[in-house]
Structure formats: C-alpha cells, structure tokens
Design a binder for this molecule. Structure first.
Ligand SMILES: *[C@@H]1O[C@H](CO)[C@@H](O)[C@H](O)[C@H]1NC(C)=O
Ligand SMILES: *[C@@H]1O[C@H](CO)[C@@H](O)[C@H](O)[C@H]1NC(C)=O
Ligand SMILES: *[C@@H]1O[C@H](CO)[C@@H](O)[C@H](O)[C@H]1NC(C)=O
Ligand SMILES: *[C@@H]1O[C@H](CO)[C@@H](O)[C@H](O)[C@H]1NC(C)=O
Ligand SMILES: *[C@@H]1O[C@H](CO)[C@@H](O)[C@H](O)[C@H]1NC(C)=O
Length: 470
C-alpha cells in the first residue's frame, strides 16, 4: 500500500515537474521571442503605422497650389511668430462701446489670387454678388511701375467684367504680398520714383477699369537691412497718391492698404495716425498669429478672437480683439479698420499624439495642406472622412481638431459668425477675407448650415454683416 502510494506520489510529482518545465519553456519563448516582436510592432505602429492610415484628401488640388504663393504666405506667418514683445501693451483703453451705432453698411472685401492652374478657382466661378469688393492679388512693383504678366492681365480683364453683372461691385488690384518688399523699397526712395509709380497706378485704373489700388507692402522697415526711412517714405507715397486722386474727376480711385496686425510690426512700419488721413481704409491681416516655425514649436490658433486665459504679455496680444483696438488706439478710425478673417487653416504635426491641446508641442507642419496651409475644402474632407469631431474653444472662439499626430486650427461657420458679430458690435468697417480660393468654392463640404453650397464660409460672414437670417 505504502509503496504503491509512494510510487503514485512520485509519478505525480514527476508529472508536475515536467509540466512545470514545459511552462518555463513557454515562458522563455514568450519573453525571448513574442514579447519583443509585439513591442516592436506596437512601437512601430504608434510611430509610423497608424498615423499613415489617416485619410487625407488629395492634396494641392484646392486653393493653395502655387508654390510661390505658399512661400509668400509662409514668409508673413514666420515674421509674425518670430517677433517678441518689446513694450508694455497693457494700457489700451477699450472705448468700443462708446461709439454711436451709426454704420449700417459693412464692407466685405475678398482677396482673389490669380489661379495657378485649371483646378484653382476660375473667374467664371466667382459669385459677383458675394463680396462688396474683390482685391485681385498680387501685382508687383518693377522698375517703379506696377507689373503683371500677360496671364494675370487676362484674368484681371475678366474679373472686371463681373461689374457688368453686379454694378455695385468694386475691383481693386493688390500690389505686393508677402516677400522681400516686392519692389517697394527701391520705389519709395525718392519723389521721381514714386511719381512714376503713381502714373502707373493711374494708367492701370484707366486701362482696366479698376476701382482702386490696394498696397500690400510686407513690411516697411524690413528690407534691405531695416531701413528706418521707409516708414516716412511710405507715408509720403500715400500723401502723393491722395493728391493724385484729388486731381481726378472721372477716375477717382480707392486707396487701401493691407497691414500687419501685430503691435510690434505696426509700431515699426507705420505712422498710423498720418496714414489714417490718406487712405480710404486698411485691411488688417489679423491671421497667422500662430503657425509652426522652429522658434514656435507648439500648436496655436490661426486667428483667435480673444486671448486665452493662460496667455500672458506678448502672447495675450496675438488676437483679433487686441490688434483691432490697438490700431484704433494708435489713430486709425474704426470705420476705416476692415478686419481680416481667413478661410484657410494651419496644420501641425504633434510630438505626442496624446497631448493635443492648444500650445501642445509640435515638430513640424501637418500633412494636411502645403507648408501647413490648408484650404477649407481639404480640412472639411479630412474631418468628414476620418469622422473627427472638432473642439470649439470658447476663449478664442475658434475650432481645432486632431487625430493621432495631425493637428489643425481652422475656421468654420460658427467661429466666423462670432468674429463677424464682433466686427458688427464694435462698428468696425467690415470684414476682409483671405481668400476666395481657400473657401470651399465647389460646395463639396457638407458641414454647417451652408454646407453643400459654394463659398459656405464667406456666405456666413456676409449673412451676419448683412443681418440676414442664417
Ligand atoms: C506693464 O505696466 C503695468 C502698469 O502700467 C505694470 O504693472 C506691469 O508690471 C508692466 N508689465 C511689464 C511686463 O513691464
Ligand atoms: C478686447 O481688447 C480690449 C482692448 O485691448 C480690452 O480692454 C478687452 O478686455 C478685450 N476683451 C476681451 C474679451 O479680451
Ligand atoms: C526693368 O529695367 C531693366 C533695365 O532697364 C530692364 O532690363 C527690365 O526688362 C525692366 N523690367 C520690366 C519689367 O520692365
Ligand atoms: C477670359 O474670358 C474669356 C471668355 O469667357 C475666356 O475665353 C478666357 O479664357 C478667359 N481668360 C482668362 C485668363 O481667364
Ligand atoms: C531716385 O532713385 C533712383 C534709384 O532708385 C536713382 O536712379 C535716381 O537718380 C534718383 N533720383 C533722384 C532725383 O534722386
């Protein structure tokens, strides 16, 4: 009995030992082979795999498809984000609510970029009743005169024909754009050069039936080597143009400027209170406040309406509310301040997919768009195909969205409603939109009340400013 029992016990123990041995072997295989493979695959997926699986619309079809134009836009965006505060800007009074609500006609000024190819917005697809003014962009200054190539002249001729459909529509030619001065630095230097330029303005106005000229020098006192006299010379140019306009009877034309929104560039580049006397209005470029650069490697809102509660000092000045009041405080009449609103957004690549707030670390432009500039059509397609619900930030009054490593700041119908209401409630001169080409001009986007119809974003602004039922 005993020995039999003992024997059984012995066998049992052996069996257990063997099964224990097998377990250890399995464990060894697990640790040595399967675990590292799983770890490697997961890491790889997280780093490269999942990120690539996002659906992106075919890029560079909508809006931003000209490399030259992109570089020009990048230039301003970089300038904006690299400037540091040099003064104490905490003392600007807010007189906004003291104004009489006397203006009931707001401008809606839309920039139109010469199309770079047949996929870009064509003249025939522009609604002549959408905007009050169309600024055709951009001519340059060459040899002290306005310069357009022959294709651009063809487009300009066709655009001015829109006035036959909408008799109220005004067409202006915008000269300059972001870049190394585009011929302005040389031209403004002396009276002889400026006189030549003014003569070319007048001949363009007459020849192409223009309603005005928009000067978009980005920016005086920058090139070459920060020539401080440029600020004065620019004011001198405006005085001389105004004198020229005063001499016209049949061909009186509008004189407008596209100006930097940030207080640092405003102080450096413009005699604001003098300019106020000579221009019809200014187009405040109140966008590109935040944008990826190696010096600002964090996410941010393209065109925040107000500052965020965690923003201090200079950062708290990078918003539409601050810039527009600052320009008014420096001497520009409110009715002459036309506030810029973008239809495009900025994309970023996040460092950590799980840190996707505003001011999250970023390592570069996102995949959406070109150099981080993405049209509303691209953004809308991206959100819809990936089923992304954007976050609407109620401090900035702007939406942003993220998926894995992609992060975008953009405008939608809601944000533009708030921003247009701001323009209306504070009695500014109106809204400027950059640009027609980056709105959803084909009506592919199905988001929002105007979704499915063309130019849904600009229509939203128009409806608010025009007090129409949405
Ligand atoms: C700005 O000015 C206010 C009062 O005028 C002062 O309290 C504050 O410390 C100043 N800030 C900076 C950064 O100089
Ligand atoms: C808007 O700007 C004015 C002037 O800088 C400031 O007094 C006001 O507090 C700002 N409004 C908001 C909501 O930040
Ligand atoms: C500008 O002037 C230079 C030298 O006179 C000439 O070579 C060039 O073709 C001119 N450019 C234009 C656009 O007229
Ligand atoms: C201008 O319009 C005409 C007639 O509609 C068209 O044939 C031509 O291609 C257009 N030119 C440009 C540059 O858009
Ligand atoms: C004006 O500047 C140009 C160079 O841009 C120079 O050639 C010309 O002589 C100057 N004219 C006068 C009157 O100083």
């Amino acid at each position: 009995m005993f020995s039999e029992d003992h024997n059984r016990y012995y066998l049992l123990q052996q069996h257990q030992r063997r099964s224990c041995l097998i377990d250890k072997k399995t464990l060894l295989i697990l640790i040595c082979v399967i675990l590292p493979v799983t770890l490697f695959c997961t890491t790889y997926m997280i780093l490269f795999g999942i990120y690539e699986k996002l659906s992106y619309p075919k890029s560079s079809i909508y809006g931003f498809n000209s490399d030259e134009m992109i570089h020009k836009n990048v230039h301003r965006a970089v300038l904006y984000s690299n400037y540091k505060y040099s003064q104490n800007y905490s003392d600007i009074p807010d007189n906004s609510y003291l104004d009489e609500h006397s203006i009931n006609e707001f401008k809606l000024i839309c920039y139109y970029n010469f199309p770079s190819d047949s996929n870009d917005l064509q003249v025939k697809d522009i609604d002549p009743f959408l905007c009050t003014h169309i600024n055709v962009a951009f001519g340059t200054v060459q040899n002290n005169s306005i310069y357009l190539d022959s294709d651009q002249i063809g487009y300009l001729r066709n655009i001015t024909k829109l006035k036959e459909v909408n008799k109220q529509l005004k067409i202006l030619l915008s000269i300059g754009g972001s870049g190394n001065g585009n011929g302005y630095p040389e031209m403004v230097k002396n009276h002889t050069n400026r006189k030549m330029f003014i003569q070319s303005i007048l001949s363009y106005v007459k020849l192409y039936n223009l309603d005005g000229i928009d000067l978009d020098w980005e920016f005086p006192v920058q090139y070459p080597n920060g020539d401080k006299k440029q600020k004065m010379h620019f004011t001198q140019l405006l005085i001389e143009i105004r004198e020229n306009i005063a001499r016209q009877k049949k061909y009186a034309y509008l004189l407008t400027l596209a100006v930097a929104a940030t207080s640092t560039i405003a102080d450096m580049s413009y005699d604001v209170s003098y300019i106020n006397d000579y221009v019809d209005y200014i187009n405040l470029m109140s966008y590109d406040y935040h944008f990826y650069t190696s010096l600002t490697p964090f996410t941010g809102i393209n065109a925040p309406l107000y500052s965020g509660s965690n923003e201090k000092y200079y950062m708290a000045t990078l918003n539409i509310n601050y810039s527009s009041h600052y320009w008014n405080f420096m001497g520009m009449d409110k009715s002459k301040i036309v506030i810029g609103l973008p239809t495009y957004g900025h994309s970023y690549r996040l460092r950590n997919a799980r840190n996707h707030d505003i001011y999250a670390p970023a390592s570069g432009y996102g995949k959406l768009g070109t150099y981080g500039f993405a049209s509303y059509t691209e953004i809308c397609n991206f959100l819809q195909t990936n089923h992304i619900t954007p976050v609407f930030d109620m401090e900035n009054f702007s939406p942003y969205a993220s998926k894995y490593y992609e992060w975008i700041s953009f405008e939608d119908e809601q944000s533009l409603t708030y921003k247009a209401e701001f323009i209306k409630n504070h009695n500014f001169g109106g809204a400027m939109v950059y640009c027609l080409n980056t709105d959803d001009y084909t009506g592919i986007c199905k988001m929002g009340k105007n979704g499915g119809s063309n130019f849904p974003l600009i229509k939203t602004i128009k409806n608010v400013l025009g007090d129409k039922e949405l």
